[in-house]
Design a protein around this ligand. Sequence first.
Ligand code: FAD
Ligand code: NAP
Length: 543
Amino acid sequence: MTSNHSLEFDSIIVGAGFAGLYQLLRLRRAGFSARVIEAGDNVGGTWYWNRYPGARCDIESLQYQYGFDPDLAREWRWTERYATQPEILRYIEFVADRYDLRRDIQFSTRVTAAHYDDASARWTVHTDRGDAFTCRWLIMATGCLSVPKTPEVPGIDAFEGESYHTGAWPHDGVDFTGKRVAVIGTGSSAIQSIPIIARQAEHLTVFQRTPNFSVPAHNSLLDESQWQEVAARIAELRAEARTTSAGILGIPLNDVSALAVSEEERRREFERRWAIGGFAIGGAFNDIAINLDANETAAEFVRSKIREIVNDPETAEALCPRDYPFGTKRLCVDISYYETFNRPNVKLVSIRDNPIAEITPKGLRLQDGTEYEFDAIVYATGFDAMTGALLRIDIRGRNGLALRDKWEHGPRTYLGLQVAGFPNMFTITGPGSPSVLSNMIVSIEQHVDWVTDCLEYLRERDLAVIEAAPAAEDAWVDHVNQVADLTLYPRANSWYIGANVPGKPRVFMPYIGGVGLYAQKCAEVAANGYEGFLLSPEPALSR
Ligand code: FAD
Ligand code: NAP
């Protein structure tokens, strides 16, 4: 459908997930006109697209929610420690209705291009429906994990059975009853879906290239008092979360080296945190993320758990990660993942040294010629993370500079908020900010608040242009790299460094300095009159 109208707004926001919705609300309340453009036909972002069986948050529901409105927190009751995808989606829909957000959202529309005009200091935003919106402020709330990635294997379209990607799951659900199913991948999406698919399918084969470290969620129902306690103190708790390293409360760091204690004591601490579940294990010692020997103690602890849980020693060994440090690929949080390999209808196939050569009409063939037949293939193969959604859009800044060219060797931003050469464009949880290394809702709120305050500041002073200064961007990129290099993270072939996408530049994309330090830096930058940004009035006035 082509609408072919041209419309002017103060701001265009791309994406209607947690970030786009909150950004719309803040701008509306601040008196800016705004329109959200969303490719999907409803709100929700991640939670609209990822409907695979078992999908749920891995940060506890009581923290994985908006914190900006105490009334909202009191009105919504979470039922489980880790909410399921349907419950999170219902919450986001509730938020959209509660604040009457839908009237400013254009659904089923994909932004294809955004071009900056130097003369007017405005963006023109083009969509696949023929729209050409103009705006002063372009806010990319396009998500860090919103472009599903299928493997570069020949024959994918030739498969005669059913194919699914976890990140683009059918809305009506899928019934695997009586089917022979393949799951390709063993990241968080696979680890959540495998136990459920295994219970349905006649037979499940899991194709694993790299084993992941996974810890138990110990999911449970939330009782009334837990929920009420958080609801009553949400603003205070959110403010506190913003001072922590990952935007998560309740994971006290045991400020001791893993190498400074006896083996028994170490084991006791790891066991204690394993029993708590979720990311608690990350705080067991203060040097797990920076010292390889300390890290190995955590890695070996999880491997020992895998061996305890999985009956077949060969399968257990294959499930044990060995070639990257613990936690340097996103830690997975599971409900009965390892236990699932004790089922008679589940088989693990390691494809580390024998990759998939081809998807065939009946199934798939490995490099050594082994063939498998399936009724359904599930690609749990992840995303073109952090830069994928931005680079799919033809974004052109000052003098026609293409973002794809600017980021040819990897993303460069100032604070993950702006890109030099792309005035008046903001990226919510962009590369160079804590984003995916944090509770994303905390980071989203921090960015949206910062951007909104910034736009109010500019309006009060009749300023029409804000742009990251190249020197500030260079210094920030250096800092982001330096901090990453202090840790073990760059040693893993993770999506954090783009390793999952062949040809993608290898750059550690998120900022690992911590939410607290980062938020403080952003606040200081603002307090100093947006230090590191170039601010100017209307172009016509300045000439
Ligand atoms: P998204 O929710 O990704 O929304 C972006 C939206 O932009 C999408 O709806 C997309 O359709 C739209 N869009 C993109 N490009 C265009 C375009 N060109 N035109 C129009 N629309 C466009 N984080 C946590 O902190 N805790 C968790 O427990 C957690 N669990 C997760 C589970 C899964 C399965 C996945 C995939 C991610 C998870 N995350 C989690 C990360 C999650 O992405 C964020 O928490 C959060 O939902 C991101 O919100 P967002 O609004 O920034 O982006
Ligand atoms: P992912 O972590 O990138 O995992 C993708 C998996 O597919 C990996 O095991 C990868 O192997 C494998 N793979 C990719 N290409 C392959 C190929 N050509 N052949 C064989 N295997 C291939 O993706 P994800 O599981 O969707 O998770 C992405 C992120 O989303 C997570 O890290 C997390 O941040 C978020 N998430 C969170 C939750 C949650 O628990 N709340 C759930 C899902 C997702 P390699 O490791 O060898 O590349």
